[in-house]
Each structure stands twice: as C-alpha cells, then as structure tokens.
Design a protein. Structure first.
Lengths: 340, 414
C-alpha cells in the first residue's frame, strides 16, 4: 500500500472520483493548472482535462452558487474554498440554498456537492488563516460536516462525501496535512512517514460518514475530538499517564452517537476538545448529547477544552491553541473531581 | 445526468479561460492594446458620466518611451514632488527586499512585496491627504512609506514582537494606522471596498471635507463586496476614489479568470454610472494625474470615480508562492509598460532634476534607513523571540470584557 500524507490522500480521492464518474468536477481558486495553494489538486487538470478541474474567480458565493446549479443539473461538483476563513461570502448560498434545496422542493432538486476547505490553527496564520468554523455548519439543518484526522480517513471520507447525495462540508485540518501534530510547539515537526494511518490504498474505498473511530481504547475517561485535536488528545493522555479512550469523531453531523454513548457509559467521564472558541462551539452540542444519554453514568462534570472566546491571534497563537498541557490538566481534573 | 435534448442544435461546450503562455514558453503580450502616451483627452471633472464612456477602454499615459511627459494628463509636478515620489518608490522597494529576506531567514512567517506596483501607492499618498481615510489591501505599503510612517513600526508588526503597534494580533504586513489614514487591513479580500464607501458617506453626512479611497486587486473584483460598493457609491454619490490594482495575476490565476477576457476592469464602473478611468499604473505621472482628477471630483461633491491601474505583479504573490509554476519566468522583465522606478528616473534625468549619482545616493540612503530600522526592530525581537504579554490576548475583544473572558484569562493563568 502506498504511504501518503494527507494532501496526497485527498488528491488520490479526487483523482479516483474524476476517473470513475464524469459527473464529478472540481472548481476553486487556483485549483486548476497550479494545483491549489496546498497542492491538493496537483496534476488533476493535466490528467483529467481543463473542464474537470479548473480555476474559479475569487467569489466564494459565486463558486458555491454555481456548484449548487451544477448539482441541480445532475453533476457532483467538488468545491475548494482556499481557507475556511474565506467561506463566509458563501454562507448564504450554503445555508439558505444548498442546505435547503431538497427540503423546499420536496426532493425535486438536490445539492450533491462537497465543499472542501482547509481549516484550523497551529501554522502562525493569524486570524484569517486559522479559524475553525465547524459549528457554523453543524447548526444548519441539511448539512453534513466531516473532519478527517489522518490520510487514510481523509481519502475514504472524501470519497464518501462526494458520493453522498446531500451537501457535505469537508474541513481539512491544514496543520496535519504533512504530518501529525501533537501540539507541542517546541518539538520538531513530524511527517506522516511510517504512521500506520498513512498507509492509503491507491484505489477507491469509502470510510462511511457517521462513523467515529476509537483512536485509543481506554477505561478512565472518554475524550471526544476531531481533526488536529485527535493527535493533541492522544499526546495529552500519554503526557498525563491517563488511560483515556480517545474518540475521533470523523463526522460531526451526523455524529456517531452510539460510539460516544457506549464509551462515556463505560468510563463515566468525558472531556471534549476543539480548537474553535468555547461559546456555542460543537463541544456544547456534544456536552448536551452526553448529558442527555449518560447522566446516570457520569462521575464528574463534562469538561470542554477549547480555543478562547477571542479572535484567533498571531503572536499569541500558543496561548490560544488548546495544547496537550491544557488537555492533560482537564483529564487529571475530571479524574480527581476538581472541576470548577 | 440529464439526457441531452434530442435536437439538431450543436452540442454546447464549457469555456474555461487560459492565459496565452505558461512556464517554459515565451511571454506573449500581443493581446495588449496600449494607447500612446498623451493620446487620451482629459475631460473636466464635472463632465457628466455619460460623456466619459470611452475612458474605460483606453489607457491614460503620460510618460512616453523616451521619458517625456506628454499630453493633457501631464500633472506638471515640480522637482520636489517628483523627487519625493521617486525616493518613496525606492524606499518601498528596498524595504520589500529586506523584509522578504528576513522571512527567508526565518525572522517572520510571511511577507508580500509590491514590486513593480510602487508608483500606485507612492503617487497616491501625495494626492490623498493623511486626514482622508484609505482602505488598502496588503499591497499598498507604499502609502505608509511615502507618508513617512516609521519603518521600524512596520517591522515590529512584521515581527509580531512586543512593540507591534497592533499587539501581534495580525499576520505580518496587515498594518493599521488610523493616524496615517490607513484602515486596518483585512485578510478577507474585498471587504474594505464597501467600508470605504460607507466612510465616505459618513463624511458627506457630517458635512466634512474629507474623502475616502479604497484599493482592490483584479482578482478580488469578483467578490460581491466590489459590486456592493459600486452600487452604494453610485446611489449615494459617495466621495470616494475606488482603485483597482490590475497586476494581471491573482496568485496563480491570470486576469482572464476575473473576467478580463471580455472587458476591462474599469468598464465595470460603467454599468453603475460611475466615471471610470483606465490608467498606466507604472507611470507615476499618470497615476498622480488620474488620482488628482478623481479626488477633485470627490471633493467637489461630484461623487465616486473608479480607476483601474494597469500594472504587473513582478514578484511572487507572497513568500508562500512560486510563480515559476504557472507563468513564464521572464514575463515581469518583458512587461511592455516597464518598471515604474526606471521610468520616473529616466523622466527626471531628462528634465535635468535628477542624475545617476542622485539615484545612487537615494538607493544608498534607502538601504541605510531600512538597515537602521531593522537593527532597532530586531533588538526588540523577531517572530517568536518577543511578543506582547499573554494577558493582551483577552483585550480588545470588546470595550469591556465579560465574565467569560475574565474567567478564561484566569484559566490561562495570566
Ligand atoms: C475572501 C477571500 N478569498 C480568498 C482569499 C485568498 N487569497 C489571498 S490573496 C488572493 C489573490 C488576490 O488577487 P488580487 O485580488 O488580484 O490581488 P493581488 O494579490 O494580485 O494584489 C487570494 C485568492 C482571501 N484572502 N480572501
Ligand atoms: Mg492581482
């Protein structure tokens, strides 16, 4: 099996789908000849043709609106929004249109599009290259939201998203494109080489939407995470020496409630981790779900470790980013019962 | 997929624009139609918009190939203004080169040059007043430099260090200086355009005499914000100068992806009924004259003007970019409208107000100024060596922090 980093795995998913299905096409800023600013579409225009993978004008609303029209015709467009921080001009098209076509037309029109976008921090990108806007989409009825944490899942989930008949927001944690990141700012960067989840089949396969993965089995406490924070959570468990069960949600909507519930009922404790700010973050939804389903199994309050309720900073990135020290402290606190 | 209708009509095909040349090929500028210097008439500022409809399809130029200033748009600048403009361009280019190197040396994370585009901001900085408000993109550092904003403060921002005037909040080069008429730069393209119109409307509403100006790239004109701004500017006759810096490229996308195959960027103003000029952006005198015309219209309560500056992005998009992957390597060197510094220099030498020796000493002066500023900024610290105190993370979210921010600050232990 070839070893791939996340960029190569995503490229492979797109390549496979362009090959298999003439209805699949890709549009976005700089995705054509150049192959994308993160190289995810590298070589695809050359291989599959000018009209299969092409540059779009700098108008995110236009890109998504056009993709909705293409989807209504019967194509399966895959859109790249260059950074998730630039998705807001498309918000109306996503929220009012893509998410609602099926419902409001009673199934006459659908929007089978996939909106890919690099998101998240840890790259000194400042406020316009670091945001985690997932909860702006998880809140919208009619949207699915997917966030992979490794090359293998990235490919399988992206293929599943493209094959899905409804709009999927596919957020790619850019900090781990080239290697897993445990959140220790001072340690050397690692690559995906040699990582078991960097073994990526060259051919078509699917990681089904709506299924979480257990990144680390454990008994003491459940950690719910996704994207880069899966790696941070694993590092935190090791750092704290705590037998945590780390669940990689992979799909936020629809969330794999059975896996989450079974784990928290087993451990009786739950820590939720995300980079996005605390208030109204996806952690709030997870916390409510766990409380509703696991209340009588809980032995400590549910704790969220998240970005602060500030815009994403530049110089103070490492004060903002919820790194392994903060997650480890939360793990210790839910075990000792010292939760404020 | 829907089955194609069974008619005898020819099959449709999708058009995707492509630039004339790619890496490895010789640049081709044969598609460029350039008016001669001096060829375009200069209408009075109160000329009604419907009499100005040819202007977006030509090119206002003053400097001819031999360095003469010709035609009705010649602003007739005195030696002092020319010298200040040329020095500002030289300083801007020197600063860019130094900071580009600083990024390569790991002193900061990111940098963007404006090489080849210096005439635009440097000429406009002298036409617009410091009390006016400019809403720039990341490629108008020349506005600050030409106005004498301290280079060391720009470097503190680039290094995100403890002396950064905006407290390390933004990516390098995203300056902000209210005192210098320089609105806080947003990384989100296009957002500044309607804001500039609103600022101008507020000035008009208040019976003030200040105007606003905004800049946008060719690529970003595709954003809805651009069109929203033109609508507001037209409807409310806002006192604003709306600049488009058409440097032919938006990262790897040539201007055809922004619609330039079918019309000019200036022509987009026509549908909104806005007087719209198309100007040689590498010609300091033409930039100066066109901006003065637009500013006078705005100050006379005649409303907004749209100006397309036709130029070429000679450098990479940013330190994260490599243009050799998508355009011929020598395209910049062969750009038919030349280099703005060389062109103004040739003109001034011809006019007898400048010499090679003056030029060399101006370059030397610029090097010294940049070096001194760098020494001072690096003494405070480069990226990561020095930063504002962690407690500032929670400041300026609101005028007064609420309980959540106070508690989160405690949790961080600062
Ligand atoms: C809303 C938004 N979309 C995308 C981007 C990413 N981006 C940054 S610069 C750029 C190209 C801009 O080109 P242009 O407007 O021509 O300005 P130039 O860089 O040439 O000065 C893109 C696509 C962004 N910053 N904001
Ligand atoms: Mg451009």
């Amino acid at each position: 099996m070839p070893a791939m980093n996340m960029i190569q795995a995503l490229n492979s998913a797109l390549d496979v789908m362009l090959e298999r299905d003439p209805k699949v096409l890709i549009l976005g800023q700089d995705v054509g000849y150049f192959g994308g600013v993160f190289r995810v579409t590298d070589g695809l225009q050359k291989k599959h043709g000018l009209t299969r993978c092409f540059d779009a004008p700098i108008t995110e609303g236009g890109i998504v609106g056009a993709a909705i029209g293409m989807g209504a015709y019967g194509l399966r467009p895959v859109v790249e929004i260059q950074f998730a921080d630039y998705i807001y001009p498309a918000y109306d098209q996503i929220v009012s249109e893509a998410a609602k076509l099926r419902y409001r037309s009673a199934g006459q029109f659908t929007a089978p599009l996939t909106i890919r976008s690099p998101y998240g921090g840890g790259i000194f990108g400042g406020q316009t290259h670091s945001q985690s806007p997932e909860s702006l989409f998880t809140h919208i009825a009619g949207l699915k939201v997917v966030i992979p944490s490794n090359p293998h899942d990235a490919k399988g989930l992206l293929i599943a998203a493209i094959e899905d008949d409804d709009p999927v927001i596919f957020l790619e944690p850019k900090r781990i494109y080239n290697g897993p990141f445990e959140g220790w700012r001072d340690r050397p960067v690692s690559s995906w080489a040699g990582h078991p989840q960097a073994e990526v089949p060259a051919e078509h396969y699917v990681v089904p939407l709506g299924q979480a993965a257990i990144a680390r089995a454990g008994e003491a406490v459940t950690v719910l995470a996704y994207g880069t924070m899966v790696h941070v959570a694993l590092a935190a468990a090791a750092h704290a020496g705590i037998d945590a069960e780390v669940i990689d949600l992979r799909t936020l909507v629809p969330v794999d409630i059975d896996t989450v519930t079974a784990s928290v009922r087993k451990t009786g404790r739950c820590v939720i981790v995300h980079e996005a700010p605390l208030t109204s973050g996806f952690g709030a939804e997870l916390s409510a779900l766990v409380q509703e389903r696991c209340f009588y199994h809980l032995e400590a309050p549910i704790v969220r470790v998240t970005g602060w309720d500030t815009p994403y900073p530049h110089a103070l990135e490492w004060d903002y980013f919820p790194g392994p020290e903060r997650v480890a402290e939360a793990l210790r606190n839910v075990l000792s019962g010292e939760v404020a | 997929m829907t089955t194609p209708a069974q008619t005898n009509a020819p099959a449709l095909s999708l058009h995707v624009p492509e630039p004339p040349r790619r890496p490895g090929e010789a640049p081709d500028f044969s598609g460029l139609v350039l008016a001669e210097a001096g060829a375009v008439a200069r209408p009075p500022v109160h000329a009604p918009a419907e009499t100005l409809r040819d202007l977006p399809y030509t090119l206002i130029r003053v400097l001819d190939g031999s360095g003469r200033a010709v035609g009705p748009w010649n602003p007739g600048l005195d030696a002092q203004t020319l010298t200040a403009g040329l020095k500002a361009m030289i300083l801007t280019r020197t600063f860019d080169e130094r900071m580009y190197r600083a990024q390569r040396q790991g002193k900061t994370s990111f940098y963007m040059k404006c090489t080849g585009e210096e005439a635009i901001a440097c000429a406009q900085a002298g036409v617009l007043r410091r009390e006016d408000m400019g809403f720039p993109t990341y490629r108008q550092q020349g506005l600050l430099i030409a106005r004498g904003y301290p280079l060391v403060d720009m470097m503190h921002q680039i290094y995100s260090n403890a002396a950064d005037p905006i407290k390390g909040r933004q990516l390098p080069i995203m300056y902000s200086s209210r005192d210098y008429g320089f609105f806080t730069i947003s990384g989100n393209l296009g957002t500044q355009y309607p804001q500039a119109v609103g600022w101008a409307m507020a000035s008009a509403y208040s019976g003030d005499d200040r105007i606003a100006a905004a800049w946008i790239g060719d690529g970003a004109t595709a954003e809805g914000d651009f069109h929203q701004a033109l609508t507001f500017a037209s409807v409310y006759r806002a006192p604003v100068v709306l600049n488009i810096v058409n440097n032919q490229w938006a990262i790897s996308s040539f201007a055809g992806i922004a619609g330039a195959e079918n019309t000019t960027f200036a022509a987009k103003g026509l549908a909104y009924g806005l007087p719209s000029l198309r100007v040689d952006g590498n010609d300091f005198l033409a930039v100066h004259a066109a901006t003065a015309w637009a500013a006078e219209r705005a100050r006379s309560n005649l409303g907004a003007t749209l100006i397309e500056f036709f130029t070429y992005r000679a450098a990479q998009h940013s330190t994260s970019d490599d243009p050799a992957r998508y355009r011929p390597g020598d395209e910049a060197a062969l750009w038919p409208l030349g280099d703005p510094i060389q062109r103004l220099k040739a003109h001034m030498i011809r006019e007898g107000v400048w010499s090679e020796a003056d030029h060399q000493s101006a370059e030397h002066e610029a090097q010294e100024a940049v070096r001194a500023a760098a020494r001072e900024a690096e003494a405070v610290g480069t990226l990561g060596q020095s930063r504002v105190s962690s407690r500032t993370l929670f400041e300026d979210v609101f005028a007064q922090p609420d309980w959540r921010l106070r508690r989160q600050r405690q949790q961080l232990g600062v």
